[in-house]
Structure formats: structure tokens, C-alpha cells
Design a protein around this ligand. Structure first.
Ligand code: TLP
Length: 345
């Protein structure tokens, strides 16, 4: 049986072109700054993001952690969404390792944090309070449905942060999905942001790695922090070579993933047991909810779908997540719809 893996776009494997580039990559010791592919990737990434410099890091989690540790001191406060990856899925690293205090605000259905909520969360200068140092936005916002935050909104939040002597970090793990969905140059989304992390290892299919981008000064500090966290990699050019292929050739095709996510949603929407409380997909994520009439919760449906060769995630008692990516073709979409029909019948 063909296995369709829709649990995440993190399951993507390197393409043949990436394997080829990896096999022949010239390498050096990146802790000495001597790996040519890592250097090329960092420059290409910074250029794409419109920032002065980039730093290759092993994961999106480490990229976000380093950004927070550079922007904040121990005891400082970072404002972020309660559905954000940094708050929910990074093992509390900013607090455990950085002593940084998370101040969560409710993510709205469109993935944003209300401007008034942000303003209300910024602390006055008073010895009773932690110092508000950072705002974090996520684009696309994963747990709000893979929704896209507009460039106008992101830049407004950056200006607001700067006005209060704070910084903005964008967790842009899937910022290229946002850029492709709105057909806007990726730079526009992070023009005013102080730092951005984006992932090579999700929809772009590279095996490992993310790039943190920002000013030269910020990246200088980030480099020391990466070393402190044990993320200084040596001959990482074999990974960066795949990352360069990802940046060059895997961005535009994300539109296909978005089309298939829409097709999945349309097909699933025809089944009486399914509804879309969180709205229809804007990018590569589909979040179907199970109506009351469906027997079994999301975890049980996940198990039944697996017997049909379809892997999806349960993200709430009655909600699933399906993520499309380069390894999900039209036949896989059809197999998934058939599996749902059978399991929900
Ligand atoms: N997200 C994963 C899981 O950790 C939930 C997924 O399957 O979606 N920012 C965002 C917005 C992410 O979605 C993720 C991964 C990360 C950061 C972390 O990236 P990695 O896995 O490289 O540490």
C-alpha cells in the first residue's frame, strides 16, 4: 500500500538534486567560518530576507531560541501568541535556558495578535515589572490554520515595538508559503522586523536546517549564542548545499502544495462528518474538525486512517491536521479522500 504522510511538511526528504549537491559539496570548518556552502547559504538567505546577515542553525527551534536570547536578558519579557510555536512547542526553552518571561496574548483566528492587546501588554517602566523587550509573530501561523499575516500588519507591529524600544522577531518557519500564497516578495513581510527565522527543512525539502537573519551586529551575537547552545556545526556544507538547492528551486512549487491543500479541504468538506471551524486553507495546512455525529475522537480516526495508509495528526479532541508538501501528489490527495470516506462511513 502507498503511504501518504500528511502529519507535517517536516517529513519531506531531500530531492535527487539535493542529494547530488550534498555528495559533491565542498566543505570546511564552519566554526572557523570556513565552509563555503554555509557561507553562500547564509548570504543567499540574508539577501532573500532583505537583511544584512544570516546564520545557519540546525533547527527552527534553535533559530527562535537564539533570537530570543540575543534580544532579551534574563528576567525580560517577550510578548507572543498563545498558539505560537515558541510558546507551545519549543519545550519552554526561552524560560529554561534564557530566563525569559513569556507574556502570551490570544492569537486571533487570522493568526494576528490584536494591536490593542500588544499595547496593553507592554509594561510601564516600574521596578515591579519585568522589562518588555520583544514581540514574536509567526508567519504563516501554524496552529491558526497555516494562515498568512499581511505585510502591513507585520510592519505595523514592528513599528509599534520600535516605538516602545522593543524588537520584533518573526518566526517565519513557513514564510515562503506566505510569500507564495500572496504573491509578494518575502522581504516585504519582514521589512521592519529585527530578526527572522525561516526553515529549509519543511516545505522546501532540505533534510536539516533553518536560517536566522538580521543585522550584522545581531548575527554576530547570535553566532556566539549558537556556539553556547552547542549548535556550532563543523563541515555543515553538506547540509547547506541542500539548503541552497531548496532556496533556488523549491520555493515556487509551494503553490502546488497550496492547491492540493485546497483540493483536500474541498473534498473533505463534502463529507457530512467534517466541518472547517478554523476556515479553509490559505497555504499548505488543512484543519478538519469532526462533527458530533462521527463516532470516535480525532486520535481514533488517526488510527483508522493509518490502516488505509494515510498518516495525519490529531491536534485536538475532535480536530485533525493535514499538511501538504512535495511528497504528496494528486494521487495521494485522492487516496486520502477515499480513506476519509471509508473511515467516516
Ligand atoms: N513545527 C512542527 C512541530 O514542531 C509542531 C510541525 O510539524 O508543524 N516554527 C514553526 C511555526 C513550526 O511550525 C516549527 C515546526 C518550528 C518553528 C520548529 O522547527 P524545527 O522542527 O526545525 O525545530
Amino acid at each position: 500500500m502507498n503511504i501518504v504522510d500528511l502529519r507535517s511538511d517536516t517529513v519531506t526528504k531531500p530531492t535527487p538534486e539535493m542529494r547530488e549537491a550534498m555528495a559533491h559539496a565542498e566543505v570546511g570548518d564552519d566554526v572557523y567560518g570556513e565552509d563555503p556552502n554555509v557561507n553562500m547559504l547564509q548570504e543567499a538567505a540574508a539577501d532573500k530576507m532583505g537583511k544584512e546577515a544570516g546564520l545557519f542553525v540546525p533547527s527552527g527551534t534553535m533559530g527562535n531560541l537564539i533570537a530570543v536570547l540575543v534580544h532579551c536578558q534574563r528576567g525580560d519579557e517577550a510578548i507572543m501568541g498563545d498558539k505560537g510555536h515558541t510558546f507551545s512547542f519549543e519545550a519552554g526553552g526561552i524560560s529554561a535556558l534564557g530566563g525569559v518571561f513569556p507574556h502570551t496574548l490570544p492569537n486571533q483566528a487570522d493568526g494576528t495578535l490584536r494591536i490593542d492587546d500588544i499595547l496593553g501588554a507592554i509594561r510601564p517602566d516600574d521596578v515591579h515589572h519585568p522589562v518588555s523587550k520583544l514581540v514574536i509573530l509567526e508567519n504563516t501561523q501554524n496552529r491558526c490554520g497555516g494562515v498568512v499575516l499581511s505585510k502591513e500588519y507585520s510592519n505595523e507591529v514592528a513599528k509599534l515595538a520600535h516605538h516602545h524600544d522593543m524588537k520584533l522577531h518573526v518566526d517565519g518557519a513557513r514564510i515562503f508559503n506566505a510569500s507564495v500564497a500572496l504573491n509578494i516578495n518575502v522581504k516585504e513581510f519582514v521589512k521592519e522586523a529585527d530578526s527572522v527565522t525561516f526553515c529549509l527543512s519543511k516545505g522546501l525539502c532540505a533534510p536539516v536546517g533553518s536560517v536566522l537573519c538580521g543585522s550584522r551586529e545581531f548575527i554576530g551575537k547570535a553566532r556566539r549564542m549558537r556556539k553556547m547552545l552547542g549548535g556550532g556545526m563543523r563541515q555543515a556544507g553538506v547540509l547547506a548545499a541542500a539548503g541552497l538547492v531548496a532556496l533556488d528551486s523549491m520555493v515556487d512549487r509551494l503553490a502546488e502544495d497550496h492547491r492540493r491543500a485546497s483540493e483536500l479541504a474541498q473534498g473533505l468538506g463534502k463529507l457530512t462528518g467534517i466541518h472547517f471551524e478554523m476556515g479553509l486553507p490559505q497555504t499548505n495546512m488543512v484543519f478538519p474538525s469532526l462533527r458530533a455525529e462521527v463516532n470516535g475522537n480525532a486520535a481514533e480516526i488517526v488510527k483508522k486512517l493509518a490502516t488505509e495508509g494515510v498518516k495525519v495528526s490529531a491536534v485536538a479532541e475532535r480536530r485533525l491536521r493535514l499538511v501538504t508538501h512535495a511528497w504528496v501528489d494528486d494521487a495521494a490527495v485522492q487516496q486520502t479522500l477515499n480513506a476519509f470516506k471509508k473511515v467516516l462511513a
